[in-house]
Design a binder for this molecule. Structure first.
Ligand code: NOJ
Length: 561
């Protein structure tokens, strides 16, 4: 297997708006990030992914870009950016930027021009279609509720927006659009950045005939996925992008790709295809979604969790590379979703981290995860800021769905769970800002914060630090082959990793009850060394492992006995 820095690294994801405010305006900024680089260094990560920091009216917190070459006013200046990059590189940290090119903001000057007239030279930068007002070109729904078409009076046509009305989709069929994107990518790469996380990159090629989507399970709008995800020309575009831009730099690329399976994923990340290095796929993130989608919440089973993870390991084995994440800025906090954020917050956060850092793939740590930050439950819908939550709440309450039911769904799945300010200390507003935070701080910040974590040698922080160090020191964790043990077990997730005659055994209790684990005969009586555990472990043999609630153990097995 090819060895590369981005396979061996650990990525830390920053949502700049919520990370650290340095000037008291209540919004995180680049200088705030610079202040905290030593903290990241101490954690041990070596790659940082920054969510969008470009000029934006913030309809979708920076995922609606009005100028790709300027820094968002609230975040700082171009000079601040240069300083951030210098300071990161001087600490050996690499910087990955978000690339949002499925759509722009409607305030981007391309769109401002495009909407002026049908013969404007930017008209074909976007997807315009005929249709009478109130009768859009097709039945596609937007990911943020409502139709994905908006009627524009000036030219009496509709434009496509798969996300908010302020996020018109770019027309990738137009070579001028592609060239603009490639030039902009070079603009950042030439400043020395180390790669891109590509926002919904598998949606850039639409089926040109734009057929109606199927309305599944009582949905108001047609399903857009069959006609927008992994579309007819997406691989041609990515290969072109790779040839013209990516291949000229030593960088890392990760594509965000909803609606892929391992067979489709290979087309994006297969080593021979010259497209991307890895993908974010969402099968695991959909594990608790019912037939009606994200807000239709159903219980999940550990065996399903294992099957998904193994399917992706096996599906990309020797062909591509997986990215590993259990939360991000669009997902609930991992400890609230897959662990127990009350009685066993610390234990379960560590157990989940053990999984993340010992599976095969590049681990991504989302800000606050390393101190076990949890979901939040705001009382009023007015306290929420996320456009997806706000639009969903409005649409579904108009349909007559009970508000308490909706609030419960938001508590479990809403994106603002991940976007409350980083909890730095127990001072007002968790040390995030001296002003008024743009979104309220999670009230548990007095107990859960970085200052507390750094003072407690048993904290989640130090456990992450140790896992990251282990990964750095043991190539088996990066490159080792993986085998599941006791697949049908509904309580325990166990697997081995093997590499160059070495073997690791990972045993994870995913639940809050004690449980016994019996190893395979092959492993009984082997000499073992415990590499890490979230509990004090006295016995150092594998014959009868009694796991406590959410206990995790990683053993190195001496094979030659
Ligand atoms: C995926 C991003 O992660 C999400 O935050 C954003 O709202 C959409 N893409 C649209 O850009």
């Amino acid at each position: 297997m090819n060895k590369t820095w981005w396979k061996e690294g650990v990525v830390y994801q920053i949502y700049p708006r919520s990370f650290k405010d340095s000037n008291g305006d209540g919004i995180g900024d680049l200088s705030g990030i610079i202040e905290k680089l030593d903290y990241l260094k101490n954690l041990g990560v070596n790659i940082v992914w920054l969510c969008p920091i470009y000029r934006s009216p913030n309809d979708d917190n920076g995922y609606d870009i009005s100028d790709y070459r300027k820094i968002m006013t609230e975040f700082g200046t171009e000079e601040d950016f240069k300083e951030l990059l210098r300071e990161m590189h001087s600490r050996g940290l690499k910087l990955i930027m978000d690339l949002v090119v499925n759509h722009t903001s409607d305030e981007h000057h391309w769109f401002a021009e495009s909407r002026k007239s049908k013969d404007n030279k930017y008209r074909d930068y976007y997807i315009w279609k005929d249709g009478k007002e109130g009768n859009p070109p097709n039945n596609w729904g937007s990911f943020f509720s409502g139709s994905s078409w908006k009627y524009d009076e000036t030219t009496e046509q509709y434009y496509l927006h798969l996300f908010s009305t302020k996020q018109p989709d770019l027309n990738w069929e137009n070579k001028k659009v592609r060239n603009e994107v490639y030039d902009m990518m070079k603009f950042w790469l030439d400043q020395g950045i180390d790669g891109f996380r590509m926002d919904v990159i598998n949606l850039i090629s639409k089926v040109p005939s734009l057929p109606d989507g199927e309305k599944v399970n009582g949905a108001l709008y047609g399903d857009v996925f069959p006609f927008t995800a992994n579309g007819p020309r997406v691989h041609e575009y990515l290969q072109e992008m790779n040839k013209e831009v990516l291949s000229n730099y030593d960088i890392m690329t990760v594509g965000e790709t909803p609606g892929v399976n391992p067979e489709i994923a290979q087309l994006y990340v297969n080593n021979d295809r010259n497209e991307l290095n890895m993908l974010f796929q969402f099968e695991l993130m959909d594990i608790d979604s019912g037939i009606k989608g994200k807000w239709d919440i159903v219980p999940w089973k550990l065996t399903t969790f294992k099957n998904i993870m193994y399917k992706w390991y096996d599906g990309l084995k020797d062909k591509g590379w997986n990215s590993l994440f259990l939360n991000n800025h669009d997902q609930p906090r991992l400890v609230s979703r897959f662990g127990n954020d009350k009685e066993y917050r610390v234990e379960s956060a560590k157990m989940l981290a053990t999984f993340l850092h010992t599976w095969q793939g590049t681990p991504y740590v989302y800000q606050g995860e390393e101190i076990g930050m949890t979901n939040v439950e705001f009382k009023n819908i007015e306290d929420y800021r996320d456009i997806e939550i706000i639009n969903m709440f409005k649409e579904k309450s108009e349909q007559g769905i009970d508000k308490d039911v909706l609030m419960k769904a938001i508590y479990a799945k809403g994106r603002d769970n991940a976007r409350t300010p980083m909890q730095w200390d127990s001072s007002d507003n968790s040390g995030f800002t001296e002003g008024n935070p743009w979104i309220a701080v999670n009230p548990n910040y007095k107990e859960i914060n970085v200052e507390q974590a750094l003072e407690d040698k048993n904290s989640v922080f130090y456990y992450y630090q140790k896992l990251i160090k282990l990964r750095k020191e043991n190539k088996i964790i990066v490159y080792g082959d993986l085998e599941l043990i006791d697949k049908e077990n509904e309580n325990i997730f166990a697997y081995t990793r093997s590499y160059n005659g070495e073997k690791l055994l990972v045993v994870l209790n995913f639940y809050g009850e004690k449980v016994q684990f019996k190893v395979d005969e092959k492993l009984e009586n082997k000499e073992v060394k415990l590499l890490i555990s979230n509990y004090q472990v006295e016995d150092d043999n594998l014959n009868n492992i009694k796991l406590r609630p959410y206990e995790a153990r990683v053993y190195k097995i001496n094979f030659n006995l």
